[in-house]
Design a protein around this ligand. Structure first.
Ligand SMILES: Cc1cc2nc3c(=O)[nH]c(=O)nc-3n(C[C@H](O)[C@H](O)[C@H](O)COP(=O)(O)OP(=O)(O)OC[C@H]3O[C@@H](n4cnc5c(N)ncnc54)[C@H](O)[C@@H]3O)c2cc1C
Length: 390
């Protein structure tokens, strides 16, 4: 895809913001196991960074997804995975369906303040009993008069302890599992306090992504007005499958730059580290391997930008986005493992960036659809997936 001077200027703005407002605080946020989402998002909102692809009418910049892709790539310059992931939730996971299909009233209430960074969003698909098998979710939103009444539990929710609202997938009828679901905007707070019936049951402790908060959230008789429905009732499964495409492109775009940074840091380290009288980098087994991995990174980047181009042109990017997400999950693991090895003992130390990348990056093959789910989608698009009984 041909990038313009506007794309590059946007990249420069984001890099400057990260250097001034995020990276100086990352070590503290990693130690705290929490970053201040409201504070950071307000600053990003003021620069327009949370609404790059969103309609101008609701405070967005109204640009096409290629500009959003620049944000997704560039947040990999943040010195941890948790903050980029939280930002990705706000821009590419919790708000795309609302921006496209929500009523004006709903978009004024939830989208506009999320673009401004006044509200923190989260996306609630996964549950204790259903992650990969999205159709098997058990949370119910029963229609009662002018309201939906919600009961259920959402699991592994990024931004979950801080979020003001959730883009929730719930069962709104007893029909077939792909046609009984709807997407709803569910407020998690009311007047600065927890909304009635909403409980953040646990802040989950994780292998990595420490500055990002992850929660289990319970809903018991939670009432939301029926007007909080996004689009049409019963079409939530399909809407969520479409919404996943931005999430998967975000993941692959971010991963490509993260891998590039890890390889570059490894080149710097191995160039100055001496063993047997010469730089570690001067061993052919090492510089060839790094050259090979950087080639893989460029191949991933080309693949994901191909998906972005199809999406910008209004085509179905599902196959390419799934391929890019799969490749990203696998490449991140390969790059982090190989590079950590070349850092030797220092690679195993908490203080080195490669050890953080190793922990944070492992999520990519799991979150937003596992590698195995990506393979299933790709096989389906290739016409080689046997029929599934359901
Ligand atoms: C840090 C973190 C943040 C997250 N953030 C969010 C969030 O904000 N919102 C949200 O909704 N979810 C979130 N998730 C959940 C994430 O999307 C799920 O963990 C993921 O989709 C996998 O679901 P699962 O954990 O239930 O795995 P399972 O579905 O239990 O699968 C376990 C394993 O079995 C494999 N498997 C399952 N079925 C098959 C099959 N048919 N063939 C082959 N292999 C199969 C899977 O690929 C996987 O490897 C997050 C998870 C984590 C860890």
């Amino acid at each position: 895809m041909q990038l313009t001077t506007e794309h590059e200027e946007l990249r420069r703005v984001i890099r400057r913001f990260i250097d001034a407002e995020i990276n100086p605080y990352v070590e503290q946020w990693e130690r705290d196991q929490l970053f201040p989402a409201h504070e950071v998002f307000k600053k990003m909102g003021a620069l327009g960074l949370l609404g790059i692809t969103k309609p101008v009418k609701f405070g967005g910049l109204g640009l096409d997804y290629s500009y959003g892709a620049i944000l997704d790539e560039t947040t990999a310059y943040i010195n941890c995975g948790g903050v980029p992931m939280a930002t990705g939730v706000q821009t590419d996971m919790a708000t795309p369906a609302l921006a496209r299909l929500g009523s004006d009233e709903l978009r004024r209430e939830f989208l506009a303040p999320s673009i401004a960074g006044e509200l923190v969003a989260c996306v609630g698909v996964s549950e204790p009993g259903a992650g990969s098998d999205v159709a098997a979710i058990a949370t119910r939103a029963r229609r009662q008069g002018g309201d939906y009444v919600i009961d259920g539990t959402k699991m592994w929710i990024t931004n979950g302890t801080q979020a003001d609202w959730m883009c929730m997938l719930a069962n709104t009828s007893d029909g077939p599992p792909h046609r009984n679901k709807s997407l709803l905007c569910v407020p998690l707070k009311e007047g600065g306090k927890r909304a009635p019936g909403v409980t953040v049951a646990r802040k989950l402790r994780k292998l990595g992504m420490h500055s990002s908060d992850t929660a289990e959230i319970h809903f018991e008789d939670v009432r939301v007005p029926a007007r909080n429905l996004i689009g049409e009732e019963g079409r939530g499964f399909i809407y969520q499958m479409v919404q996943f495409q931005e999430e998967r492109m975000y993941a692959a775009l971010n991963a490509a730059t993260a891998c590039q940074r890890t390889i570059e840091a490894t080149i710097d380290y191995t160039r100055q580290r001496q063993a047997f009288g010469r730089p570690v980098l001067d061993n052919q087994v090492i510089h060839f391997r790094l050259a090979e991995l950087m080639t893989e990174v460029e191949a991933l980047r080309a693949l994901v930008w191909q998906a972005v181009e199809v999406y910008v042109q209004g085509g179905d990017c599902t196959k390419l986005a799934s391929m890019a997400k799969l490749k990203a999950g696998r490449l991140v693991r390969e790059v982090n493992d190989a590079c950590l090895q070349y850092w030797g003992g220092m690679g195993y130390m908490e203080e080195t960036p490669v050890s953080r990348s190793f922990r944070d990056g492992r999520l990519l093959s799991i979150g937003g659809g596992t590698d195995e789910m990506m393979l299933g989608i790709i096989a389906k698009y290739l016409g080689i997936l046997p029929g599934k009984p359901r």
